[in-house]
Write a protein that binds this ligand. Structure first.
Ligand code: ATP
Ligand code: MG
Length: 444
């Protein structure tokens, strides 16, 4: 009995090592043995793991299933960082998972996942081991919606993932890390390496290039040479990805460490493919990009200090250095100028209309606040605009490079530079400065 078989037999006495064999495959290669790190070989501490995730895994184990933590959660645990979320993979099918947890809901049509609702309104995602399909199988599965094709073994599930450090499993019951893809070695060497052939994996899903750049930037890792070599010839494929998918990916970067990833995307000439003219301008104009970098860096510090910045405001911060000159140069109606410039930029990202409209509204107020501080002339009626609070936060971040703390208002800031200027209260009685109940601006 080799190390792998011994481990699985011990963990799963009823012998469910591979998934059910009802997936239409006529032949079945036994999986190669993974590298197993037992408790003494890794530094994962159970205190860092969500007790609800542990409870779910141990219930699945108790019922004879394999269940692991996976993905970014394991990567972060291995690095001694507290993970953002804990995803579970198991050989239990979605229906079998659902049956065992009263608050579980099966979601998704093609790739069915289970969302298990736990304390505090949180959701833990549990999915069944899957494999990547070849082109023929993809077609069949897409045509008849057949689901049984997609399930696979733990080995296949690890290999369908993007990069080795995201392809690890952790079994909290055995306190063991299960590595089929060389992720442990790459974590130690601080390398980001695509699983399998980088050219083929990039062609299959160009978003993986973005993900390579993201994790190298976030973790300060090197991109492995064989992966790096394939980036320039495949980077253009990003422009062909669906706008909704690109929007989702950018949201992930705007939510966490934004600046290093945007810098990585610029270094690899990806910004133009993602953001059209806006990205191309950030790529070619060093001064413009360094202004963006300063702003994003401040936003990252604010987020790390516990001031969450809504995604809409992050879009505004990310576009501000590009938009500001348009506002100061144009004699046209600023709404029109901004709206047209955003449309003309031909960003490949599908930015929802509401975000675009709100960003435009915020920009107009931010531009007015910048002017007021420079000239001493302030239109205090701006304080009544629906987007004033958001715009003030942006203005503050852009000017002061930090998040406004309690009690810091535009008035206090304005009076530091213009002590003799008039005040909101002298112009408008207090009751008129209250925010109107309905938002007056049209959602253009
Ligand atoms: P984080 O959430 O900290 O950014 P993550 O690795 O958990 O990191 P997710 O976007 O949440 O990132 O994805 C979860 C897991 O799904 C990844 O760790 C990876 O294993 C897999 N994955 C995500 N996107 C892809 C993709 N395009 N191709 C292959 N596998 C992917
Ligand atoms: Mg994740």
């Amino acid at each position: 009995m080799d190390e792998h078989t011994a481990y699985l037999t011990f963990a799963h006495p009823n012998g469910i090592i591979e998934p059910h064999m009802d997936d239409n495959r006529t032949s079945f290669e036994p999986s190669p043995a993974p590298r197993i790190l037992s408790s003494s070989d890794h530094l994962i501490s159970r205190e860092m793991i969500d007790p609800d995730a542990l409870r779910i895994i141990s219930r699945l184990h108790g019922q004879g299933f394999i269940a692991y933590l996976t993905g970014g959660g394991v990567r972060d645990l291995m690095l001694g960082k507290r993970p953002k979320d804990f995803d579970i993979v198991t050989n239990a099918r979605p229906g079998q998972i659902k049956k065992r947890f009263p608050n579980a809901y099966v979601i998704g049509r093609r790739f069915r996942l289970v969302h298990i609702h736990v304390s505090g309104g949180r959701i833990i995602e549990a999915s069944t081991f899957r494999r990547s399909l070849d082109r023929d199988e993809e077609e069949i599965a897409a045509a008849d919606g057949h689901r049984m094709h997609i399930y696979g073994t733990p080995f296949e599930d690890a290999f369908r993932r993007d990069i080795t450090i995201n392809g690890l499993f952790y079994d909290p019951v055995m306190d063991a890390v299960v590595d089929y893809v060389g992720g442990v070695e790459d974590l130690a060497a601080r390398k980001v390496r695509v699983i399998g052939d980088p050219a083929a994996r990039f062609k299959e899903d160009p978003v993986r290039i973005w993900r390579v750049i993201r994790y190298a930037a976030r973790l300060g890792f090197q991109v492995d040479e064989s992966t790096e070599r394939e980036i320039p010839s495949h980077i253009g494929l990003l422009a062909a990805c669906s706008g909704a998918r690109l929007f989702e990916e950018l949201n992930k970067d705007l939510a966490y460490e934004t600046q290093p990833v945007i810098e990585g995307l610029r270094k690899h000439r990806a910004l133009g493919h993602i953001l059209g003219r806006i990205g191309a301008d950030y790529e070619t104009d060093d001064a413009l990009f360094s202004r963006l970098s300063v702003i994003l860096d401040c936003a990252d510090k604010a987020k790390a200090a516990g001031f969450p910045i809504p995604v809409e405001e992050m879009y505004a911060l990310a576009f501000w250095p590009w938009a500001e000159p348009l506002l100061s140069d144009s004699k046209e109606d600023p709404h029109k100028t901004l709206k047209n410039a955003l449309l003309d930029a031909q960003s490949r990202i599908t930015l929802p209309r509401s975000i675009r409209a709100n960003v435009v509204q915020m920009f107009i107020i931010v531009a007015a606040l910048v002017r007021a501080v420079r000239t001493g002339r302030m239109r205090w009626s701006l304080l009544r605009r629906a987007h004033f609070d958001q715009a003030f936060r942006l203005f503050f971040m852009i000017e002061k490079c930090r998040f406004p703390e309690n009690g810091e208002s535009f008035e206090t800031l304005y009076h530091q530079t213009h002590p003799s200027g008039d005040t909101a209260r002298s112009r408008f009685p207090r009751h008129r400065l209250r925010k109107p109940k309905r938002q007056p601006e049209s959602q253009s």
